[in-house]
Design a protein around this ligand. Structure first.
Ligand code: HEC
Ligand code: HEC
Length: 261
């Protein structure tokens, strides 16, 4: 009897294992999409360099999770939303990508492909310039990892210049906690700004000489974080709250005041 029970448990465990590994298996197309999502060269089709059209070294995974961040948080804060649920959205980039070119533009990923991976200016980007085979592979991957999960619900916030300035002024007037700011900086910003004192893809933020008007710099920086820059991605309010940005600025201001001679 005992033997039979342990045998049955063994069979059940093996069955569960087989079902589990099958669920993990991706089609060839989705597997290609998964690799592209993590590949700054897009399978060697983007070359390194600093000219428009050359690789920045960024990958989709630097700014988007490919899992449900609410259900399985890993602590990182990414500028873009999770790609879970993208296939069901039907339009992207606040209406810039419509139903007709949605699949061809990889659900909006075609914009990021040119802009963030190849530093092509936002107003020159063609979101359907991504090779068709790559757009299809990314969409197949998004479908495979989404299942029927609708993903994060959010409103696309693309601020105009006046709105960016207003947001910057509002945030810079708030007081922040530099210790929390240090933590947030580590979770969100080090991908591109390795430390406040070092340049990466992003610029060196704190220099040995403090800016002439720190308050003014803080307003400019707050509006940059909320509104984005050229390669600097914008952070929407559901990703970094006004208070989060105020905390990060408190940290950067402290570093600036401690370092400045
Ligand atoms: C430097 C950061 C960054 C990189 C790198 C990046 N993205 Fe994005 N992406 C964003 C931001 C910011 C948005 C706008 C906010 C959002 O929708 O999540 C966005 C938007 C999107 C959207 C549309 C969301 C919507 O519904 O409007 C998709 C899909 C997407 N990105 C996929 C990709 C893919 C695929 C890659 C790689 C080829 C990529 N992104 C690389 C930051 C990035
Ligand atoms: C995907 C890369 C990337 C990420 C992530 C990123 N930045 Fe940046 N950041 C840049 C780049 C590149 C610049 C240079 C200007 C530009 O291209 O917009 C920049 C510029 C800035 C500036 C303006 C500096 C100046 O003096 O003009 C500030 C402030 C800044 N980043 C803060 C942050 C903070 C805070 C975070 C995290 C919340 C962050 N950045 C995340 C890439 C990034």
């Amino acid at each position: 009897m005992r033997k039979f029970v342990s045998l049955s448990i063994g069979v059940i465990l093996i069955t569960v294992l087989i079902v589990f590994t099958q669920a993990q298996q991706l089609s060839d197309k989705a597997q290609l999409g998964r690799e592209l999502f993590h590949d700054p060269t897009f399978k060697g089709t983007i070359k390194p360099g600093s000219k428009p059209g050359n690789a920045t070294g960024l990958t989709c995974a630097n700014c988007h999770a490919d899992f449900d961040e609410k259900e399985n948080p890993d602590g990182l804060i990414r500028a873009g939303h999770s790609i879970i649920g993208v296939p069901g959205r039907g339009s992207a980039k606040g209406g810039m990508i419509t139903a007709e070119n949605f699949e061809r533009a990889a659900g909006g990923g075609g914009f990021c492909y040119e802009h963030f991976l190849q530093r092509i200016a936002g107003d020159k980007v063609n979101p359907t310039a991504i090779p068709e085979e790559h757009a299809e592979a990314l969409m197949a991957y998004f479908k495979a990892v989404s299942g029927d999960n609708k993903g994060p619900q959010f409103k696309m916030e693309m601020l105009d210049t006046a709105e960016k300035t207003a947001a910057g002024e509002k945030i810079a007037a708030m007081s922040g906690n530099s210790e929390t700011g240090w933590e947030l900086f580590g979770r969100a910003c080090v991908v591109c700004h390795p430390t406040p004192f070092k340049a990466g893809i992003g610029t060196q933020l704190v220099r040995s000489r403090a800016p002439r008007d720190i308050d003014k710099t803080m307003v400019r920086w707050a509006s940059k974080i909320r509104g984005g820059g050229f390669l600097m991605p914008f952070y929407a309010t559901d990703i970094l709250s006004d208070q989060d940005i105020a905390d990060i600025l408190a940290f950067l201001r402290e570093q600036m005041e401690n370092t400045a001679r």
